[in-house]
Design a protein around this ligand. Structure first.
Ligand code: S0N
Length: 277
């Protein structure tokens, strides 16, 4: 399926497009295997905020630009080690940051579906990025892995606990303790990705999945995403799920009666609403 992508906004480190109900966000630093610096994350955060505010968009495809001039592909190779300072990744003013954690939370709580399209390397913090997406479609050339203990870092947040929820404790410990690389077929086998397709079909497959999601009920999807998150995310997950319950309650006549009575300076008449079984 051919898509006429329209540029939604221009950035330095990323590309951002929309077409119909789908947004496409591309990490565009192929010379670094799409490693992210703080600026990349600021731009990704901005684009995802735009997605959140756009009522026409229901699905985001997150991917990496490529191939690089050497012919190799990458989804993302994590934090840009060349700007890593003593306390984090240095932004243009020299302030150390770990702002990818803010992005992880934004993607996770976004009330829309985020699909990672992985061609080539999804390594380190780049692996965690695909992990926290709702769905992952891998090209046959995809390579997955964590490098933290090899390069002096670790992600003990979603990168550890959510990984273990997905592939199990033993496999998650293997992935982090040995820092091996895994093929697309191995990733499929361990439930780390939803499907594997030939490289040239990666985007088409992503658009097909996105269009299937877009036929479904937006509120059902957002409540389901919040429910899946609530199982893992403690009180923050409950807040997200409960926020959706409040949204739905606002949309009822019963909820509106409370507000209307206050504005009309009269007692609310909740007796007209049944105590359902
Ligand atoms: C991806 C790999 C396996 C690809 O290998 P390949 O194909 O042999 O290519 P290379 O020659 O290695 O790379 C090509 C060019 O790209 C540059 N480059 C690649 N990755 C990075 C990177 N991450 N940062 C900076 N540059 C990178 C190479 O330098 C090379 O450039 P030239 O041609 O100029 O020499 C392989 O490249 C690889 O293993 N890359 C490193 C992967 C890695 O270790 N990533 C960092 C892991 N850590 C994080 O991501 C931190 C995440 C994070 O922010 C975090 C989150 C929560 C809690 C803590 C943290 C934390 O700070 O740790």
């Amino acid at each position: 399926m051919q898509v006429e992508w329209q540029v939604a906004k221009t950035y330095e480190d990323i590309l951002y497009y929309k077409a119909g109900g789908i947004a496409k966000i591309v990490i565009n630093r192929p010379h670094k295997r799409n490693a992210f610096r703080p600026k990349t994350i600021v731009e990704l955060y901005d684009a995802f905020c735009d997605v959140r505010e756009d009522p026409k968009i229901g699905v985001v495809l997150l991917t990496g630009a490529g191939p690089h001039t050497d012919g190799k592909y990458a989804f993302c190779s994590g934090g840009d080690q060349s700007v890593r300072g003593k306390a984090g990744y240095l932004d243009e003013t020299g302030v150390p940051r770990l702002n990818v954690l803010d992005l992880q939370r934004l993607i996770r709580s976004l009330p829309k579906v985020v699909i990672a399209l992985v061609a080539g390397y999804a390594i380190g913090g780049g692996h965690v990025l695909h992990l926290i997406c709702d769905l992952t479609i891998a090209a046959e050339n995809a390579v997955f892995g964590q490098t933290g203990p090899k390069v002096g870092s670790f992600d003990g947040g979603f990168g550890a606990s959510y990984l273990a929820r997905i592939v199990g404790q033993k496999k998650a410990r293997e992935i982090w303790f040995l820092c091996r690389q895994y093929s697309a077929a191995e990733a499929l086998e361990m439930g780390l990705v939803n499907c594997v397709v030939p490289l040239e079909q990666l985007e088409t497959e992503g658009v097909t999945w996105a269009n299937e999601v877009l036929q479904k009920s937006p509120i059902a999807i957002r409540c389901l995403k919040a429910a899946f998150n609530a199982d893992c995310d403690g009180q923050a997950g409950l807040q997200e799920l409960a926020g959706n319950a409040t949204l739905l309650y606002y949309m009822t006549e019963e909820g509106a009666e409370g507000k209307q009575a206050f504005l009309e300076k009269r007692p609310p008449d909740f007796q007209q609403y049944p105590w359902l079984p």
